[in-house]
Write a protein that binds this ligand. Structure first.
Ligand code: FAD
Length: 295
């Protein structure tokens, strides 16, 4: 199918982009990589009156890496985080979950064009980057007609494909705080074919104390629940020496905390089973990484 007719604008500045969105009203939508929006248009599941293409806006392709975290500009493509950007390695060192999860996003052609921020703005419960934003306690920066505001992940995701963004707003960047010291991460998922949306995915962070005992365990899942959630699994393994912690117990706890849906891809029971298995496996891997970071 072909999209319904729409107007197209390609502003050259951020201010112009926000102004065009304001002028065009509720029917206007931001176009970034187009890898989610254009299929929706082609299937006539969305019919915006105007697409405001932000690809000519300067500065939105910045990837800023500091000791505090990684700021991913709105035009940073998935592939940039996998080595396409000169600072990709530095970003992966500061917050390893970013590249680890991005490696599971779609196929190379889509990753060349699709953006991390677009994934977050799209708010698909099957997307990896919403889950990573939550797990890292991240936020987004939003340009509005009256200036800039920061939205924490908890206040961003309202429902499937729905965020708290409203009116003429452009997300200019997503911020992913740095991995805390003495911590490790892992990300894994099950998909029917490599590059497909996950049937279930899991990202975890394990933090240790100076004696290599488990101090904190957090997990977030993909394709489980309507919006991203972070689950605290610490109580299952708190205070245990990292080498003898019972990660299966943490997996069992995770199974009791999630509320997955049944759809054409998998039953809720199967997803719950995967949550347990993926949690146990990723925690073992993240714990080993955390142990290696305790000096
Ligand atoms: P667009 O498609 O341009 O926009 C998506 C939505 O976000 C639109 O509503 C748009 O208005 C809004 N938006 C985008 N940028 C901004 C902004 N800066 N400010 C405000 N609103 C904005 N994704 C996954 O996470 N995992 C997968 O496994 C996966 N598999 C895929 C497989 C296929 C076959 C396809 C076609 C896509 C897949 N995707 C997957 C989606 C892909 O990751 C998209 O790139 C991503 O979801 C959206 O990014 P985009 O830059 O293409 O956004």
């Amino acid at each position: 199918m072909k999209p319904a007719p729409f107007r197209y604008a390609d502003p050259g500045t951020l201010e112009e982009a926000v102004a065009v969105l304001a002028d065009e009203g509720a029917g206007a939508k931001v176009l970034a990589g187009g890898q989610s929006l254009l299929p929706l248009l082609s299937m006539r599941l969305a019919a915006p009156t105007t697409l405001v293409d932000i690809n000519r806006v300067p500065g939105l392709d910045a990837l800023e890496v500091t000791g505090d975290g990684v700021r991913v500009g709105a035009l940073v493509r998935h592939n940039d985080l996998l080595g396409g950007h000169p600072d990709a390695m530095a970003a992966a060192r500061v917050q390893p979950l970013l590249a680890r999860a991005t490696a599971h996003v779609a196929h190379p052609a889509i990753r060349n064009r699709g953006t991390t921020v677009g994934s977050i703005a799209h708010a698909d419960p099957s997307g990896e980057m919403t889950s990573v934003l939550a797990l890292t306690d991240g936020s987004v920066t939003v340009a509005t007609p009256s200036g800039t505001r920061t939205v924490e992940w908890r206040d961003l995701f309202v429902g499937p494909l729905e965020t708290s963004l409203h009116g003429p707003e452009v997300v200019t960047a997503a911020f992913f705080p740095a991995l805390p010291e003495r911590s490790g991460t892992a990300f894994a998922e099950v998909a029917r074919r490599r590059g497909d949306y996950a049937v279930c995915g899991a990202g975890v962070v394990v933090s240790l104390d100076a004696d290599r005992r488990v101090a904190a365990v957090r997990a977030s899942y993909v394709s489980v629940g309507l919006t991203p959630e972070v689950h605290d699994l610490t109580e299952a393994v708190a205070g245990k020496p990292v080498d003898s912690a019972d990660w299966a117990a943490a997996g069992a706890l995770a199974r009791t905390l999630v509320d997955p849906d049944t759809d054409i891809h998998a039953s809720a029971d199967y997803r719950r089973l995967l949550v347990g298995v993926l949690t146990e496996r990723t925690l073992a891997s993240a714990a080993a990484e955390a142990a290696a970071r305790v000096t």
